[in-house]
Design a protein around this ligand. Structure first.
Ligand SMILES: C[S@@+](CC[C@H](N)C(=O)[O-])C[C@H]1O[C@@H](n2cnc3c(N)ncnc32)[C@H](O)[C@@H]1O
Length: 364
C-alpha cells in the first residue's frame, strides 16, 4: 500500500490549476441542462459510496475478485439489487470488472474504502451520508434564517445526537481521525512544533492529530481534551501515545491547564462567534503569557477557490450555525479573545494553520 507523501508545492499548485481548468471546460462543453442534472444528482454519489462502505464491499473484495453471488452472500444483500449497485460503483472507480468472467474487483478508489487501508476513508464515506447529509437537506431554511436547522430536524444538537447514536458517533469520530491522518503530513511539512513542550489538543477527537505530532516530536507531551463519550472510547485504545493524557470535559466550561501551546483543529468552524469566543477565552485563561495558540482550519478567501471550503462553510451553517472564516475574521475573533494573529500558513492540504499569541493587553 502507498504511504502518504507530500508532493512539492509546484505539483500541487499545477494540479489544482489544471483541475480548475478542466472543471471550467466541462461546464463550457456540457449542455447546461445535462450539467445541472449531473450537479443535482450529487446526492446519488454520496449515498452510493456510503452503501458500498456500509456493506463492506471493499473488505470483501480485498482478497480478490468475486461474483455478485459471492458478494451478496458475504454482505447479506439481495443479488439483483447488489448487481445494480455495482454498476455505478464501477463507473465511479470504486469497483471494476475483473478479467475473470462475471466477477468484480476493487477499483483504485475502492482500495480507500477497505477498513484495513492505512489511509482509509470508509468512516468518512459513511458519516457523510448520515447526519451530515440530513443537515445539508435543511440548507434552504438555514440560508433564510442565517442559522442551524439540524437541531429541529433531528431533535437535538449535532454532538448530542452523535452521543445518543453509538454507531453514528463512532463513524463521525473515525471520520475526523481519517481526515486528520490525511492532512497530518502536510501540517508537519509546514509547521515546526519543536519548541513546544506540552501541547493541548482541545476537542481533539480520537487524537489522530495529537498522536501524529507526538510521534514526530519525541520530547513533547500532550493532553487530548474531549467530551466524556469520546475520552471513554479512546483513553485505553492502543493508538494513544504513552506521552498523551486524556482529559474529559466541556470546552465551554474550561480547558485543561499545563500546556505551553493549545491547538484547535476544525473546532472553531463548528461555532458562531459567540461560541468560538467562549472556547478561545477558556484557552486564553489557562495559557501562559508566552504561550501559543494554533488553529487548524479550512478558512475562507484567498486565491484558492476550492469547492471543499464553500461546501464546509454551508455544512457548518446548517449543522451548527458555524462558519469557515476569512483571515480578517480570524484576526478580529482572536483580537476580541485576547490573542494576536501572527501568521497564516498554507499547507498542501485543505487546512491552513493560524498561529496566534496572547496579546500583551489580554486577560492574565
Ligand atoms: C469537527 S470535530 C474535530 C475533531 C478534531 N479536532 C479533528 O480535527 O479531527 C469537533 C470535535 O469537538 C468535540 N466537541 C464538541 N463539543 C465539545 C465540548 N463541549 N467540549 C469538548 N469537545 C467538544 C467533538 O466531540 C468533536 O470531536
Amino acid at each position: 500500500m502507498r504511504s502518504a507523501v507530500v508532493p512539492p508545492w509546484f505539483v500541487v499548485k499545477s494540479l489544482f490549476a489544471l483541475l480548475r481548468g478542466l472543471d471550467r471546460l466541462r461546464n463550457t462543453l456540457t449542455p447546461p441542462p445535462l450539467r445541472l442534472m449531473e450537479l443535482v444528482g450529487g446526492y446519488g454519489a454520496t449515498q452510493i459510496v456510503r452503501s458500498a462502505a456500509e456493506l463492506g464491499l471493499a473488505d470483501l473484495l480485498a482478497a480478490g475478485p468475486k461474483t455478485i453471488a459471492e458478494l451478496a452472500a458475504g454482505c447479506g444483500a439481495d443479488e439483483d439489487a447488489l448487481a445494480r449497485l455495482i454498476r455505478p460503483l464501477c463507473s465511479l472507480g470504486i469497483c471494476r470488472k475483473s478479467a475473470s468472467r462475471g466477477a468484480f474487483a476493487l477499483g483504485p478508489l475502492g482500495e480507500y474504502l477497505r477498513s484495513d487501508h492505512p489511509e482509509t476513508f470508509r468512516a468518512t464515506a459513511i458519516a457523510a451520508g448520515r447526519e451530515q447529509y440530513d443537515g445539508m437537506a435543511g440548507l434552504t431554511a438555514s440560508i433564510r434564517r442565517g442559522g442551524a436547522t439540524f437541531p429541529e430536524r433531528q431533535g437535538s444538537d449535532f454532538f448530542s445526537c452523535l452521543a445518543q447514536r453509538e454507531e453514528s458517533g463512532r463513524h463521525f469520530a473515525d471520520s475526523m481521525a481519517e481526515i486528520s491522518r490525511a492532512c497530518l503530513p502536510a501540517v508537519l511539512a509546514e509547521y515546526d512544533f519543536s519548541t513546544i513542550r506540552h501541547l493541548v489538543d482541545v476537542a481533539g477527537g480520537t487524537g489522530a492529530l495529537l498522536n501524529g505530532i507526538l510521534a514526530r516530536y519525541p520530547q513533547m507531551a500532550g493532553t487530548l481534551f474531549e467530551q466524556p463519550s469520546i475520552v471513554a472510547r479512546v483513553e485505553s485504545s492502543p493508538g494513544q501515545s504513552a506521552r498523551c493524557r486524556c482529559v474529559a470535559g466541556d470546552m465551554f466550561d474550561a480547558v485543561p491547564a499545563g500546556g505551553d501551546a493549545y491547538l484547535l483543529q476544525r473546532v472553531l468552524h463548528d461555532w458562531d462567534d459567540e461560541g468560538a469566543l467562549r472556547i478561545l477565552a477558556n484557552c486564553r485563561r489557562v495559557m501562559p503569557s508566552n504561550g501559543r495558540l494554533l488553529l487548524l482550519e479550512l478558512g475562507m478567501g484567498g486565491d484558492d477557490e476550492q469547492f471543499v471550503r464553500f461546501h464546509a462553510d454551508l455544512l457548518m451553517l446548517s449543522l451548527f450555525g458555524g462558519r469557515e472564516r476569512t483571515d480578517d475574521e480570524f484576526r478580529d475573533l482572536l483580537d476580541r479573545a485576547g490573542f494576536t494573529l501572527h501568521c497564516v500558513i498554507e499547507t498542501r492540504s485543505p487546512l491552513r494553520i493560524y498561529e496566534a499569541f496572547p496579546s500583551r493587553w489580554g486577560t492574565e
